[in-house]
Ligand binder design. Structure first.
Ligand code: TRP
Ligand code: SF4
Length: 405
């Protein structure tokens, strides 16, 4: 617990509350989060306002899904002792930053985001010619920049949104990154590193600025980056003061591309609610069994004696995820020689999926029985998130000239 706030890399990601999560989410997103929470300071949030940008007329759906999704996260092992878990709308600072960033975001940037036109086409039945929908990437930028996140794990479809976040941050820093009292602040920050470090920092800075000594610059950067006990804002000041570039108020985040989910659906297409080919994380065992038993197989295997080709069968895709080499060899041999039947072939897959879901389902039950526990985890997450968000907003208001005394 104690190391949570002191780690240097900060990861942020959000998910829209669109319904019960399924194996596609688990293999595609959540397993990645579980790994990240071990290595980084993580913020994971339910993007309820984002859901409203497209589903503004379906409020019950969103309200139910928020808690269901949180239970699914926790049941999968998202650990509130390691990661902050919260709900976007509980941190209204996101909205304030969204508003302020909207002032400097050119319309053309938003109209060019590929998902803007795509989604309007795909969701034709909805009126998405709204201000909120166009501004969606600005909201997402605010979500990310308000935590000064260093990395944002997203899938391919979200890369353009992180890209525009970087552009907005750059524009913001360029416009507002020169505080009038920047030099004083930077020198104060240098003193906070202690007498010895302060002197070393100033010497290195002089060497770089007066003699162009690149190595001195690198050493000074390493010195600043190695400081444990200074704020992010001071760190940015110290780095900006070194090379004279000013201060980075909103650091540009990196995309952490999540490898495309390999989890196929029951019919061989990508697993997705809209295709109706999912296995939910809290699916009952009997239902898991039924869904897999009725999965389509290679159409060539009409009768038990007809040999098949695993490459033409969605069950084989499941074996690729769940089975070891020995089992896969057994499938390949048995299928192509009609040595095994399709139900025999599905048995190890059923077992493996049941084994994977059992602990998830059990943990979910505990949270379902104890909604207060979930609420309390979220309340703590909101508190931690707000505290980080407030710090950023103080800086943002100050540099934008909104601090009246
Ligand atoms: N737009 C993302 C999606 O639809 C969800 C999201 C909102 C998000 N804000 C974010 C993801 C910030 C990463 C970072 O999936
Ligand atoms: Fe598919 Fe297995 Fe049947 Fe072959 S034996 S068609 S791989 S289910």
């Amino acid at each position: 617990m104690s190391s949570i706030g002191s780690r240097q890399s900060r990861v942020l990601s959000g998910m829209r509350p669109t319904g019960r999560l399924h194996l596609g989410h688990y293999h595609g997103v959540l397993k990645n989060w579980l790994r990240l929470q071990q290595e980084h300071e993580c913020f994971f949030f339910v993007a309820d306002w984002h859901a409203l940008t497209t589903h503004y007329d379906e409020r019950e759906i969103i309200a139910d899904n928020v808690w269901e999704m949180l239970i699914d996260w926790l049941a999968c092992g998202v650990n509130p002792g390691l990661a902050r878990v919260f709900i976007q709308s509980r941190v209204p600072e996101h909205a304030e930053l969204h508003l302020l960033l909207s002032m400097i975001t050119p319309l053309g940037w938003l109209e060019r985001v590929p998902t803007y036109k795509d989604q309007q086409e795909r969701l034709r039945e909805k009126d998405l010619a709204t201000y909120g929908f166009l501004g969606y990437p600005v909201l997402q930028s605010a979500d990310i920049l308000i935590y000064r996140a260093t990395s944002v794990p997203v899938g391919e479809d979200q890369v353009a949104h992180v890209e525009i976040t970087r552009e907005i941050a750059r524009r913001f820093n360029h416009m507002f990154g020169r505080e009038p009292d920047f030099g004083d602040k930077a020198r104060d920050a240098a003193r906070k590193m202690g007498k010895k470090n302060n002197r070393m920092y100033m010497d290195l800075r002089r060497k770089y600025q007066e003699q162009g000594d690149q190595e001195a610059l690198e050493v000074a950067k390493a010195l600043v980056e190695g400081q444990q006990n200074i704020t992010l804002a001071d760190r940015e000041r110290l780095l900006g003061y070194l090379d004279g570039s000013g201060v980075v108020i909103l650091p540009e985040p990196q995309v952490l591309l999540t490898p495309a989910a390999r989890m196929p659906g029951l019919d061989g297409q990508k697993m997705s609610k809209s295709y109706g080919n999912t296995i939910a994380l809290r699916e009952e065992p009997a239902e898991v069994e039924r869904k897999i038993r009725t999965m389509p197989t290679d159409p060539a295997r009409v009768r038990r004696n007809d040999p098949g080709n695993p490459e033409k069968c969605p069950v084989w895709e499941f074996h690729k995820i769940y089975s070891d080499q020995e089992t896969r060899d057994w499938v390949w041999e048995g299928c192509t020689t009609a040595g095994i039947g399709c139900l025999d072939c599905k048995r190890p897959v059923i077992e493996a999926v049941q084994a994977e879901l059992r602990p998830i389902r059990e943990r979910a039950r505990e949270y379902e029985r104890d909604p207060e526990a979930v609420r309390s985890i979220v309340a703590d997450g909101v508190e931690a998130a707000r505290s980080a968000a407030r710090d950023t907003m103080e800086e943002v208001r100050r540099v934008m000239g909104l601090e009246y005394r």
